[in-house]
Ligand binder design. Structure first.
Ligand SMILES: [Zn+2]
Ligand SMILES: [Zn+2]
Length: 174
């Protein structure tokens, strides 16, 4: 769904949307409930809104899929991408890097929402803060109970140390 910036009235545009959002190409889409207000100041567009979605994520410890509820409010400015080309030789200020861009006088609403969803989910999602993860030896999901690898636990604890030693050695030779 694309919104032509010329369709934004002077007093802004309000929209309530339900959009399928897939956070990456392999993910199956989840429905986002969005309330949007879009304002135009010349070529500068201000988008503010709220967003609710249950995102299907894979736990970073046990890899199980779980549902992460995201409920967020956002406010973002967008400038025409064509303007960057004109200012090519100028360095972008930090503030400008924070801006979003649109092209061909159109705002890509699903893309804007997708960005906001990605910003609102954790970098290392956990199905549960107490998630036990999987055993690095046998691959068993330790949330289902312990496995038979317990005797090797001491080796596992020393593993980071030997890795560090290896790193130091590598550094010394290079
Ligand atoms: Zn987990
Ligand atoms: Zn195991």
């Amino acid at each position: 769904m694309r919104l032509s910036i010329f369709d934004i009235p002077d007093d802004g545009l309000q929209q309530e949307l339900v959009l399928p959002i897939a956070i990456n190409d392999s993910a199956k889409p989840d429905m986002a409930h969005v309330f949007l207000k879009v304002f135009r100041f010349g070529k500068k567009i201000l988008v503010e809104g709220t967003l609710k979605i249950s995102v299907s994520l894979n736990c970073s410890r046990c890899l199980r899929e779980f549902s992460y509820p995201a409920d967020t409010a956002f406010r973002e400015e967008y400038k025409p991408a064509e303007e960057i080309k004109e200012e090519d030789d100028q360095e972008l200020t930090e503030q400008e890097l924070d801006l979003g861009y649109y092209s061909n006088d159109e705002l890509d609403i699903p893309e804007i929402i997708k960005e906001q969803v990605i910003l609102s989910i954790p970098m290392k999602p956990l199905c549960n803060t107490d998630c036990q993860g999987i055993c690095p030896k046998c691959g068993k999901d330790l949330n289902d109970g312990t496995c038979g690898c317990k005797e090797e636990e001491t080796d596992q604890r020393l593993a980071p140390l030997s890795k560090l030693k290896e790193l130091m050695k590598d550094r010394g030779t290079s």
